[in-house]
Every structure is written in structure tokens, then in C-alpha cells.
Write a protein that binds this ligand. Structure first.
Ligand code: PAF
Length: 281
């Protein structure tokens, strides 16, 4: 599997091929990423995975510097998974001049949940995704549903800018104990790792309360109780929130009883590791 280190090499490799399917990643790959590659392969076009730790989407004091990087390991996993090309630019190739133009995502979507806790995060994500789409010109790009809000924002950007790409979402891959696979799971010590499935359990507990939540006040109380449940176990929750799947806004009271339209999203810190997860209802 060729490793393309620059946009010139990427263009050269792809120029006479059908438009590829792109799997954008920040590396430190796990089975969740490999499921994205497996889905990408089903479309029959050449599969390009990108590995790039995008400084723009990290805030001050976040884990940009310590984000795990091991390109040889990632390349080996991608090759085994049947990926055709790895695009692994360095920062000078992705941002040869300082990125002074940015995507400005809709604050109603980008300012909520993750965006409220990590201001500017989705501007950084959408800017690099737009750039990756421009560079690789894929017909299809594949994203995981674990980053639920990211997936919605990418879809909205593609629609609003009429980008000629189809966005494919893939279900979250979980460890046997329910923990959503994430590159950041490797930050967890053994005791924290044993505790980590509690985030998914908290989402499930909250989801189980929903039939009793006939008003927004009761929903808020259930969300607060789910946060307390995590706090009692040593977590620092940022949010546990029931939202509409379509736009991640808060549901109206009459929407609470419906299935197929809501999602519970959660983010919480265990020690210095921040994990997120979601559960479609
Ligand atoms: O989901 C990720 O790993 C990143 O946010 C992405 C989409 C590769 C953009 O840097």
C-alpha cells in the first residue's frame, strides 16, 4: 500500500483512477477505523485513508501534543484491512501557508454539546474535512457514528456547499464490555479502563427513563440524575443530553415518546481522559 506524503503524490497516484472512497482519520487506528475501511471497500472504488492529526480542531490545553502517532503501525493495519492508499501529509503539506480561511459551521449545530465544551472545534474539523475532500476528490467519504455531531456537521457542510460527495456513516464499534472504540481509550489506566463502560451505561440508564419523561422538566431531571450517577463514580461529565437526531436540538415534550427520532449523547472526563459516546433511541 503506497504511503503518499504530499498532495502532489496523492494527485499523482489518483489521477488516472476512478474517484476514490475516502476514510479520514487522525491515526492511532483501532477496529472502529478498520470498520470504516471495510465499509469503504464495499463501494468498489479505490480506498484512500488519510492520517493527519489536525491542529486546528484542538483547543488550547487539549491533547494535540500527546495525541498518539505511529504511522508505521497505522500503515500496517490499513494494508491488512485492504486499504489501497494512505495519505499521510505533514503539517507543511496540509497547511503550507497558515490557514486563514475557515469553514464557519452553523452555530446552532456547532455551538451545542461538543461545540459548547470545545469552542472552535468544529470549525477546525470542517475546515480540514473540506480540505481533504478537495485534495482527494472522493465520490464517497466514510465517517463513524461515534462522533455523531461531527457526522451531522460534515453532512450539513456537504449539503450547504453542494460538494459532490456522498457522506456515509458507520455504526460505532464497541469493546466486548460496551466501551466505544476510541483512540483516546489508550490514555486510560487499567482501573479507568475497567470503569470506562460506565459512560455507555449512563446513556442507557437515561434512555430507560425516557418513557417516564413526559415533560421537559422531567427530562432535565433525568439528565441531571444521569450526570450525578457518573459523578458518584468519579467522572466529571460535560453533558448527557437527549436530542433530536436530525438537528441535535432539544426535543419538544411531545417528541419524547417517539422512537427512531432521538439520540442520547454524552461526554465525560475520567481523570484527564475525555470520552464521548451516544445511543440512538
Ligand atoms: O474523526 C476524526 O478522526 C477527525 O475529526 C477527522 C474527521 C479525521 C478530521 O480531522
Amino acid at each position: 500500500m503506497p504511503i503518499l506524503r504530499s498532495r502532489a503524490e496523492l494527485r499523482g497516484a489518483l489521477q488516472s483512477l476512478p474517484r476514490p472512497t475516502l476514510v479520514p482519520t487522525m491515526g492511532h487506528l483501532h477496529a472502529g477505523h478498520l470498520a470504516l475501511v471495510a465499509r469503504a471497500r464495499e463501494f468498489g472504488a479505490p480506498v484512500v485513508a488519510s492520517v493527519f492529526v489536525n491542529r486546528l480542531q484542538f483547543g488550547a490545553g487539549e491533547d494535540f501534543e500527546r495525541y498518539p502517532r505511529d504511522l508505521r503501525r497505522d500503515a500496517g493495519l490499513l494494508e491488512q484491512a485492504g486499504c489501497d492508499y494512505l495519505y499521510a501529509p505533514d503539517e507543511a503539506d496540509m497547511y503550507p501557508v497558515p490557514q486563514t480561511f475557515h469553514v464557519s459551521p452553523d452555530p446552532r449545530l456547532a455551538g451545542e454539546l461538543e461545540g459548547a465544551v470545545r469552542p472552535g472545534h468544529f470549525q477546525g474539523v470542517t475546515t480540514v474535512v473540506l480540505k481533504l475532500l478537495q485534495l482527494a476528490q472522493p465520490a464517497i467519504a466514510v465517517f463513524g457514528k461515534k462522533d455523531y455531531q461531527q457526522l451531522l456537521l460534515v453532512r450539513a457542510m456537504v449539503e450547504q456547499f453542494a460538494l459532490p460527495v456522498r457522506i456515509e456513516g458507520v455504526e460505532t464499534v464497541r469493546e466486548p464490555d460496551g466501551l466505544a472504540m476510541s483512540s483516546r481509550n489508550s490514555y486510560l489506566g487499567a482501573a479507568q479502563r475497567a470503569q470506562a463502560p460506565q459512560l455507555q451505561q449512563a446513556l442507557r440508564r437515561l434512555a430507560a427513563q425516557l418513557p417516564d419523561c413526559r415533560s421537559l422538566q422531567r427530562l432535565q431531571a433525568a439528565q441531571d440524575a444521569a450526570c450525578d450517577w457518573l459523578r458518584e463514580r468519579g467522572w466529571q461529565p460535560d453533558y448527557l443530553s437527549v436530542r433530536r437526531r436530525a438537528d441535535l436540538q432539544q426535543p419538544q415534550a411531545d417528541e419524547l415518546g417517539r422512537t427512531g427520532t432521538l439520540v442520547v449523547l454524552g461526554a465525560a472526563r475520567l481523570g484527564s481522559t475525555r470520552l464521548l459516546d451516544n445511543l440512538e433511541l
